[in-house]
Design a protein around this ligand. Structure first.
Ligand code: DGL
Length: 275
């Protein structure tokens, strides 16, 4: 079998780089292709149909670029597009390829951490409105109560490099309080947006000390590693040159500058158009 295919990583913009960094740390041997649809981000405020349409375009492009397996490293895309793509599009495009999301690994973890069985979810408006976390947690951990809080100001704060500014405190405290008011018994919270790890020090400042905050990078990386262990047929198709390519729908200069906030390491990026 030809071992020359890549793992594709997709995000609406930069946030997926936090997930990609964890994946690459865990499995540096594989070849990767990252695609950020920065020109059309944020996805968090967009409708179901639009997020599905954009995500499908990105997945097809990643397949064209040599990806065998695509990780939707974006909660909004995972919530609004993953199931449709897996069930309806993949069988037509190429049934041997795979698309995975970030919600399932997060849901599997959260039930193992919580003792109070009251958990919180911080996400974009789109992720929260989709109810994906509530539905998926209900399937796996039926005794767990889920409390969600949309944080529409957090993505812009991060994208604009304001995540550690004094001004960010207002919106971090606001959404933290709004979640904790829903239940004082919440003991575990998932940061269900790939941008939010950058706000972690500020979130920590306003969250009660006993609450565990779960980021997604390591959870998704470990889950992908486990998936490849269980799917030898897929693993054997993946190239192991350790190469990484980055593509953005925005300008190359803008991506290179801002990506530094999210990704520790040098990157060369190319412009790409999705349609
Ligand atoms: N990356 C997206 C997510 O994880 C957030 C950014 C956006 O709204 O596009 O939900």
């Amino acid at each position: 079998m030809n071992r020359n295919r890549k793992i594709g990583i997709f995000d609406s913009g930069y946030g997926g780089l936090t997930v990609f960094e964890a994946i690459r740390r865990e499995m540096p041997q594989y070849d990767y292709v990252y695609l950020g649809d920065n020109a059309r981000a944020p996805y968090g405020t967009r409708s179901f149909d639009i997020v599905y349409e954009y995500t499908l375009q990105a997945v097809k492009k990643l397949f064209d670029l040599g990806a065998e397996l695509v990780v939707l490293a974006c909660n909004t895309a995972s919530a609004k597009a993953l199931r449709n793509i897996q069930q309806n599009d993949l069988p037509i495009i190429d049934p041997s390829k795979r698309v995975l999301g970030v919600i399932r690994p997060s849901v599997e973890a959260i039930g193992k951490y919580t003792k109070s069985r009251h958990v919180g979810v911080f996400g974009t408006q789109g992720t929260v409105d989709s109810d994906s976390y509530t539905i998926e947690i209900g399937k796996l951990w039926s005794d767990v109560k889920v409390f969600q809080q949309a944080c529409p100001m957090w993505v812009p704060l991060v994208e604009n490099g304001e995540y550690d500014s004094d001004g960010a405190d207002y919106f971090v405290k606001k959404y933290v309080d709004m979640l904790m008011w829903q239940s004082a018994d919440i003991d575990t919270i998932i940061l269900a947006c790939t941008h939010f790890p950058l706000l972690l020090p500020k979130i920590r400042k306003y969250i009660p000390e006993n609450v565990t905050l779960l980021g997604q990078g390591d959870l998704v990386a470990m889950s992908l590693k486990d998936y490849l262990k269980r799917h030898d047929d897929m693993e054997r198709r993946l190239g192991t040159g350790g190469n990484v390519e980055f593509f953005t729908t925005e300008s190359v200069g803008k991506f290179s500058m801002t990506a530094k906030l999210f990704f520790d390491g040098d990157l060369t990026v190319e412009h790409i158009t999705l349609q």
